[in-house]
Design a binder for this molecule. Structure first.
Ligand code: IMP
Length: 192
């Protein structure tokens, strides 16, 4: 069994990945490998941040690893909040405060175009490869739905009438930024 570290302790993401990873891979979390460090995410882009996390694990533990970083990019806000999505309204990372800030800034704006972009950085045997997943959509005028997390209640994916927070999880995972990036990662791991 090939061991692969996912540089996260987010149970939701771990569960999702365990279900779809090829069966010859054993997925380990940061807890599983005894890494309790506050891994720096100080880069100016999603690409740099994802790479910072995966290289941190490779450098310290010499274990094959991947890490993800996601941003909500809103066209009318010049791709804000982007790499700052988690802390848009402050260091306490409050999802409702972040959404309120977006809704406030978008008040009266006609161009509602937005996208989620996810970057995965994979480091295998000291070599890095990145995978990108994008879902296009629109920012709603107010929150819709209670499921999901983060900005889900204010994001309407193109071609759908339900927000990410109103959709069944399987449906969201099928079309989401992370789902698409993970699909590319899995294809790559299958032929490794
Ligand atoms: P992370 O890189 O996955 O930690 O995501 C950064 C921020 O983007 C999170 O704090 C969330 O607010 C937001 N985010 C990431 N993925 C999603 C998603 O699938 N739906 C809604 N918001 C998300």
């Amino acid at each position: 069994m090939k061991k692969l570290v996912f540089a996260t302790n987010n149970d939701h993401k771990l569960r999702e990945l365990k279900q779809i990873l090829p069966s010859d891979f054993e997925l380990l979390s940061l807890n599983d490998i005894g890494c309790f460090d506050d891994i720096p995410e100080t880069g100016p882009t999603l690409e740099v941040n994802a790479a910072q996390k995966s290289w941190y694990i490779w450098d310290k533990f010499r274990m094959n690893c991947f890490a993800d970083d996601t941003g909500l990019e809103i066209e009318a806000l010049f791709n804000e909040p982007g790499v700052y999505s988690a802390r848009y309204a402050g260091e306490d990372r409050s999802a409702s405060a972040n959404m309120l800030k977006v809704l406030d800034k978008m008040a009266g704006e006609n161009n509602r175009k937005a996208r989620f972009r996810c970057v995965i950085s994979l480091v295998i045997d000291g070599k890095e490869k990145q995978f990108e997943g994008i879902v296009q959509g629109k920012i709603l005028g107010s929150k819709q739905g209670n499921d999901g997390f983060g900005y889900d209640p204010i994001f309407l994916p193109d071609g759908y009438t339900l927000s990410f927070a109103e959709m069944p999880a399987v449906e969201k995972n099928r079309i989401s930024h992370r789902g698409r990036a993970v699909e590319k990662l899995v294809e790559y791991l299958k032929v490794l």
